[in-house]
Design a protein around this ligand. Structure first.
Ligand code: MN
Length: 438
């Protein structure tokens, strides 16, 4: 597939807006960067190493997170929000322009259906955007669909409904091939609302049989990512409820099947960083959906509620990366959508939180930590993590962003560009007041 150069003239934020905003902040930024460099050098860390590692971090954007769409209850449409997959890619490209961290978008079908995927791919490339994992959707019915998913999809009792869900996943693979995707993420809403509604073993058997049919058609260089979720929309049981069932299915399917961890899809107080470690240890950590939650949702911006948890997750990811010695490539993606902020601003904040957690994990003194652990020096082992977590790494993040053409302060720069207000003048306002997403 030919390389399409990024077309500077189509990008959402004019270059001079970024340059002007960076110039405004530059003196303070350089002083802060120097102070952080000195601080890290005292611990034997070269800030340039950290910045260059950070510059290779890539996190996928959720197409479904580009509209002010989702709670379970209501939408409050935003003037200038995107109406179709092309406009979503324009907005993703703004996040990429300002952060340099998000060069791919993860599409969701049938929500993102369009006519010509070669054209879509070229449009993405011209905007500096590639395509991450394709998400299938068999958790809601579409207009004109023959069979309902009300009582399940890949695990449905009726083989024709299962086949319809299989066919949809195969269609997603076909679209993904045209876009240059390398993964299919399967999350199903299948489960039960009442004890007795489903037989646990039979439904999982049917799910596995269906997924085998999908797996058989997966290109060799693709991954099948199995996403678990403890509850919702099914409120008593879900078929793929936790990482245990997820890894069992991934093992049963084969090497190309791996587990995807969504931070919001666990019971309260579950030690998610430990799940990350376990899946990585057994080669089954395939992907990650970043978000945050206070109670039982999966929609808030990364790091907005529990930044320490995000850091601890990255601490395990960095550990796993070091242990894997080059054989480590989970897909990092964001999965968030609520309805009280401009989604671009929320994604900019999430990108910063994710990058910050990664850098903090990179500066953990792992050798010292191992020594403290060997000596059972609990306080110093814990403080070793705390020291990294409490370090203000924002100047390193800003430097990495700038070196990729982005902004010292992405949100200030975005606001200075009036991007959303300008889009409100040209995009159709669709007062779709329907329910949100799950
Ligand atoms: Mn997710």
């Amino acid at each position: 597939m030919g390389y399409v150069a990024i077309d500077q003239t189509v990008l959402g934020i004019p270059r001079d807006v970024i340059d002007k905003d960076n110039a405004r902040l530059m003196d303070a930024h350089l002083a802060d960067y120097e102070a952080l460099a000195v601080r890290l050098a005292r611990s034997g860390i070269d800030i340039e190493d950290i910045v260059s590692k950070l510059m290779s971090l890539e996190v996928g954007l959720p197409s479904w997170g580009m509209t002010s769409g989702g709670t379970r209850f209501a939408r409050f449409p935003l003037a200038g929000e995107p109406n179709d997959v092309y406009e979503k890619i324009e907005d993703c490209s703004v996040v990429q322009q300002l952060t340099g961290l998000t060069p791919r978008v993860s599409l969701h079908f049938p929500w993102d259906l369009t006519e010509d995927y070669v054209a879509l791919r070229q449009f993405g490339e011209a905007h500096g955007m590639g395509f991450d994992a394709i998400n299938s959707n068999t958790f809601q019915d579409q207009v004109g669909q023959k069979r309902s998913y009300k009582f399940g999809s890949l695990s449905h009792a009726n083989p024709q409904t299962r086949q319809q869900a299989i066919d949809h996943n195969l269609q997603c693979i076909d679209i993904g091939r045209q876009l240059g995707s390398k993964a299919l993420t399967v999350w199903i809403g299948d489960g039960s609302n009442f004890p007795g509604q489903c037989e646990f073993t039979d439904t999982l058997e049917r799910y596995l049989e269906s997924l085998r049919a999908v797996y058989a058609e997966l290109p060799n260089d693709w991954r099948l990512l199995i996403e678990h979720k403890m509850y919702e929309p099914a409120l008593y049981s879900t078929v793929i409820q936790d990482w245990g069932t997820s890894i069992l299915c991934a093992q049963a399917l084969g090497d190309k099947a791996q587990c995807l961890v969504d931070l919001g899809h666990h019971g309260p107080n579950v030690n998610i960083e430990m799940i990350v470690a376990r899946l990585a240890q057994f080669g089954k950590l395939g992907g990650f959906h970043f978000n945050d939650s206070k109670y039982g949702d999966d929609d808030l911006d990364s790091g907005s509620i529990n930044p320490f948890q995000l850091f601890l997750v990255f601490n395990e990811l960095v550990s796993a990366e070091r242990r894997a010695k080059g054989n480590y490539n989970p897909s990092y993606m964001m999965d968030q959508s609520h309805n009280v902020t401009d989604p671009i601003e929320s994604l900019l904040n999430s990108a910063r939180a994710i990058a910050g957690a990664y850098v903090k994990a990179l500066i953990v003194d792992r050798e010292a930590l191992k020594g403290y652990q060997a000596d059972n020096d609990v306080i110093m082992a814990h403080n070793c993590l705390r020291l990294a977590f409490e370090t203000d790494v924002r100047p390193a993040l800003a430097t990495a962003r700038m070196r990729k053409g982005g902004a010292i302060d992405p949100i200030a720069c975005y606001r200075a560009s009036s991007y959303r207000a300008l889009k409100a003048e040209t995009r159709v306002f669709n007062p779709n007041l329907g329910g949100g997403i799950v």
